[in-house]
Ligand binder design. Structure first.
Ligand code: CP
Length: 326
């Protein structure tokens, strides 16, 4: 069986394939009636061991719009609270004969472990500091739509993307670095020194510690929140100092290329890593710079594409499938 554990196992053409598959669902989701029956009779379990708003709801909506039966397991109200192990939980979900399992977990590698214990495809909805592949796919789709809307084509080649914030703890940063570099973008990462990963030199990105310098000429600015729940004593500036040094304000945004696109995976801490007057400049008909609500919209389409592609084998359909090692 195959799953989507990360961007790391995907070739550029496979990333582009998933983006192409998602396009049809963007169109469907903009219609008054948004339902097809491709996954009729299939059961999808969303097992979330960590909090989520966007990812959980969009996987649920995605499965339902494709006609599947979708059930959500919230760890807080499950037998995990009574001490059941991850592997026993995985084997329990497997015994219910799910056709796909979507997992979010606070530990890096937990999703792979579960994928080795079950008989159906597993989709990584974010594991610790490791990967969040559907976030990177939805971010790429959002960028491509915005470029198209502005009449700038749809190629990532040569695009300068700045990812700023808690790079060390961010699975969103890791997956985006892998996908955007694979698609030909120039990626700059910017963080306080304590929140820059030691292995940054091996990541095919340019590291910056000065946000103003990182922003010069940038086409896309992707902001991340400080992940206080994953801090282990790192020295970080106070919220006020952080905004002063690394917050995306209107003045700072003016340092980027004219009309630079603004992104944030959410949840946002307004007034810390991003000011409200920047976050709320929503793009419409090619005007405005913030893509934050577009990212959420594209999230449903991307998750529909991933669920549909990954269940093709279960539906006895021929065609492209995820690589076996993913
Ligand atoms: N971007 C993202 O993963 O958001 P949630 O934590 O709300 O799912």
């Amino acid at each position: 069986h195959r799953g989507l554990l990360g961007i790391a196992g995907l070739a550029p053409h496979e990333i582009l394939f998933l983006l192409a598959e998602a396009e049809q669902w963007v169109e469907l989701n903009r219609q008054p009636t948004k339902r097809v029956d491709h996954l009729h009779g299939l059961t999808i379990i969303n097992a979330f061991f960590e909090n989520s708003t966007r990812t959980l709801l969009s996987f649920e909506i995605a499965g339902k719009r494709l006609g599947a039966d979708v059930v959500n397991m919230q760890a807080a109200t499950s037998s995990v609270k009574k001490g059941e192990t991850l592997i026993d939980t995985a084997m329990t979900l497997n015994a219910m004969r799910a056709d796909a399992i979507v997992i979010r977990h606070a530990s890096s590698g937990a999703v792979r472990l579960i994928s080795e214990k079950v008989d159906c495809p597993v989709l990584n909805a974010g594991d610790g500091q490791h990967e969040h592949p559907t976030q990177a796919l939805l971010d790429a789709l959002t960028i491509r739509h915005a470029l198209r809307e502005k009449g700038l084509g749809e190629s990532f080649v040569g695009l300068t993307v700045v990812i700023c914030g808690d790079i060390l703890h961010s699975r969103v940063a890791r997956s985006n670095i892998l996908s955007l570099t694979a698609l030909g973008a120039n990626v700059r990462v910017c963080a306080p020194p304590a929140l820059m990963p030691a292995e940054v030199e091996q990541m095919r990105v340019t590291p910056f510690y000065d946000f103003n310098a990182a922003l010069k000429g940038a086409d896309v600015v992707m902001m991340l929140r400080l992940q206080n729940e994953r801090m282990q004593g790192q020295f970080i500036p106070s919220p006020r100092e952080y905004r002063h040094l690394y917050g995306l304000t209107l003045d700072r945004l003016a340092l980027a290329a004219p009309g630079a696109l603004v992104m944030h995976p959410g949840p946002m801490n307004r007034g810390i890593e991003i000011d409200s007057n920047v976050a709320d400049m929503h793009m419409k008909n090619g005007e405005g710079q913030s893509l934050i609500t577009r990212q959420v919209e594209m999230g449903v389409a991307v998750r529909m594409a991933c669920l549909e592609v990954l269940t093709r084998k279960a539906r006895k359909l021929e065609g492209w499938d995820m690589p076996a090692n993913n």
